[in-house]
Design a protein around this ligand. Structure first.
Ligand code: ADP
Ligand code: ZN
Length: 293
């Protein structure tokens, strides 16, 4: 079986691994994200001599994933020191003459769940992560959605919960979805880290209010065949039934499909790739790059 390289480029660490086209990951390592020079020299050394036939990179962003664009392969406007404008694909291609796949971490995760995980066998799916930030990626007909750049579905506007007095923390929009519902928002609103709030805390009904509004928009705009919800905040598994009920209430029977009615429990689901989601996503991007080469 062909060997593929995978890079999960995150704001705190770069996870690198080697895997196969069937999604198996044979080995993995992790390097701290410091400066591009330091981190990338560790990454490039790691892949040297590994006999890989393609490399996939799922990256923190914003990035430019549009082939043919002058800044394709670059990290663009990140507030992360040293990384703004960095040519990640250029660094990898300069060292290895193999096809390189490049996309956002959430697009990668969407592709991973679509190829090997919770959305296997379907034609479309949406993956959303609710963690330090909120981001989502979507696969439609086997293709990841791009346009001008990549979607930024975490920054949509949602109606405020009537009892919410928290202002929101997004530096660009204040109370966009990410500003109101990512992990740090929950922590600031309730004065305690999200992971320490009990399962019956009112925080979770409010969280479900925000996430269900977002999902309503995604369902109405994209009509994905399944929605996979991951990230640290979704470890609160009591959120799933709260979101199911709230989404049904919001849609109000308008979209008639079993997935949104009797089968909603298998429509909005946790990731199946678990802790491997990021790396599997990057592996999926490598597989796609190889198929296109
Ligand atoms: P990142 O988004 O940085 O990749 P995570 O997906 O782990 O990382 O998200 C981290 C966020 O998730 C933090 O804001 C943290 O408070 C929150 N979080 C982590 N674990 C839990 C948990 N068990 N329950 C609720 N929130 C959690
Ligand atoms: Zn925002």
């Amino acid at each position: 079986m062909r060997r593929l390289g995978a890079i999960e480029a995150g704001g705190t660490k770069f996870v690198c691994g080697v895997g196969h086209e069937d999604g198996t990951i044979i080995e993995r390592v992790s390097f701290p994200t410091t400066t591009p020079q330091e981190t990338m020299s560790l990454v490039l050394d790691y892949f040297t001599g590994k006999n890989i036939e393609a490399i996939g990179i799922g990256s923190f962003g914003p990035i430019d994933p549009v082939l043919g664009s002058p800044t394709y392969g670059h990290i663009t406007t990140t507030p992360k020191p040293h990384w703004g404008g960095y040519n990640l694909v250029g660094a990898v291609s300069g060292q290895f003459q193999v096809p390189v796949g490049f996309d956002t971490d959430v697009n990668g995760a969407a592709l991973g769940e679509y190829t090997w995980g919770a959305a296997q066998g379907l034609d479309s799916c949406l993956y959303i992560t609710v963690g330090t930030g909120i981001g989502a990626g979507a696969v439609v007909g086997g293709e990841l959605i791009h346009g001008l750049s990549h979607p930024e579905m975490g920054h949509i506007l949602v109606p405020r919960h009537p009892e919410d007095t928290y202002g929101g923390f997004c530096p660009y929009h204040g109370d966009c979805l990410e500003g109101l519902a990512a992990g740090p928002a929950i922590g600031s609103r309730w004065g305690k880290p999200a992971g320490e709030l009990p399962a019956d805390h009112p925080a979770w009904a409010m969280e479900a209010h925000y996430l269900a509004h977002a999902l309503m928009n995604y369902v109405l705009i994209l009509s994905p065949q399944r929605i996979v919800m991951g990230g640290g905040v979704m470890k609160q598994s009591q959120l799933f039934p709260l979101i199911h009920t709230k989404l049904q209430e919001l849609l109000s029977g308008y979209v008639q499909h079993p997935a949104l009615n009797a089968e909603i429990g298998s429509y909005i689901v946790p990731p199946q790739l678990g802790d491997n989601a990021g790396l599997s996503g990057a592996l999926g991007l490598a597989k796609l790059a190889l198929a296109r080469a």
